[in-house]
Design a protein around this ligand. Structure first.
Ligand code: KG4
Ligand code: ZN
Length: 334
């Protein structure tokens, strides 16, 4: 059987990324151009700035990917692009680049859901075994997704307010840490002790949903009250207490779902999967379970196009096709 090469394009937020994947599982090349430096001084991603950077970068990143892979467009079997969700102006750059490439080189096109991409980052590490659960924790999403076969996604729990990464970024902001705050809180947490009593939102009995906005408010209130009373709170301890609360809820609900759905694998996905505390807590919890735990390397946890090409390969092989009417869909459902 001939090898399948899929070229992926990802521009949903603040990374312009192009990758080429062989047979859905092997990275040929994976180029990410990050804009974080341009957004830092605003404390978050500015959509208009993001779109402009994508326009400037997308052709360069594409050329670099082909050059590094020593391949031409002729050798590519399909073009996969993030259709949504994300920032509409940012998504549009990738979608239009993909459509132009598909048209110019007469190649099939597939649209990929960004979260499906995060989940499929795991297939670049290990072959998937169904049924499986994925804990998706990113800047925009916190979801427990059940997969019974390739391309099928059932959301069994999701956040009702802030995403986990969003909570990290907001707490970091109150501590005057730079954007994105997740890695800074993670680092501080390891220097402190979880001495402060912060809430855990378990929600109704049996629910796999999440809620992090109450925790975020509790952190802000704790800081405010301490200031008024002239008490010192060490940011390290606050970070450790916040992180302990987030991890406690994520790991407890995940383990409960793994037992209820009797899954073969648990795949960790999304930018917050880079969190050292979360990785360690999951590894500890899964020592006791028969379910296999897969955690991708850091470079495949944050936004990249290898994951989009990996998910796109499955859609391509299932015969799914996009056409020239494909549009960016910022609110796309998985
Ligand atoms: O998946 P991602 O790159 O973009 C989205 O699709 O949202 O995730 C970015 C999020 C940010 O909120 C960032 O603060 C968080 O992932 N993040 C972390 C860590 N590294 C990145 N959160 C906690 N601990 C980390 N080490
Ligand atoms: Zn993402």
């Amino acid at each position: 059987k001939k090898d399948t090469y899929v070229l992926g394009i990802e521009t949903s937020c603040d990374e312009t990324a192009v990758a080429i994947i062989k047979n859905g599982t092997k990275i040929v090349t994976n180029i990410v151009s990050s804009q974080i430096e341009s957004h830092k001084r605003f404390g978050g991603v500015v959509p208009e700035i993001a779109s402009r950077h994508h326009v400037e970068q997308v052709t360069l990143v594409l050329e670099e990917a082909l050059e590094q892979a020593e391949m031409t467009m002729e050798e590519i079997d399909c073009i996969a692009v993030t259709e949504g969700p994300g920032l509409v102006g940012a998504l549009l750059i990738g979608v239009n680049a993909a459509k132009a490439l598909a048209f110019a080189h007469n190649k099939p096109l597939v649209g990929v859901h960004h979260i499906a991409g995060h989940i499929y980052a795991n297939r670049l590490v290990k072959e998937m075994k169904f049924p499986l659960l994925s804990l998706v924790v990113s800047g925009g999403h916190t979801e427990l997704v059940l997969m019974k076969e390739h391309g099928s996604f059932e959301v069994i729990g999701e956040t009702r307010d802030d995403a986990a990464g969003e909570a990290y970024d907001k707490v970091a902001r109150t501590l005057s840490l730079p954007y994105p705050g997740g890695p800074h809180i993670d680092r501080l947490a390891h220097e402190g002790e979880p001495t402060l009593d912060l809430p855990r939102a378990w929600l109704e009995e049996g629910s796999y949903d999440f809620s992090f906005s109450g925790l975020k408010s509790a952190v802000i209130n704790t800081l405010h009250n301490a200031k008024q009373k002239g008490r010192t709170i060490y940011p390290q301890d606050l970070a450790a207490s916040f992180q302990a609360s987030v991890i406690d809820v994520l790991v407890t609900k995940t383990v409960r779902a793994v037992n209820e759905y009797k899954v073969e694998q648990l795949l960790l996905a999304g930018g917050v999967a880079a969190n050292k505390g979360l990785r360690a807590a999951l590894e500890e919890a899964f020592k006791e379970l028969d379910t296999e735990l897969i955690i991708p390397p850091l470079s495949l946890c944050t936004d990249n196009a290898a994951m989009i090409a990996a998910a796109g390969t499955v859609l391509f092989e299932q015969g799914k096709r996009g056409d020239m009417a494909m549009n960016a869909n910022p609110g796309l459902d998985i």
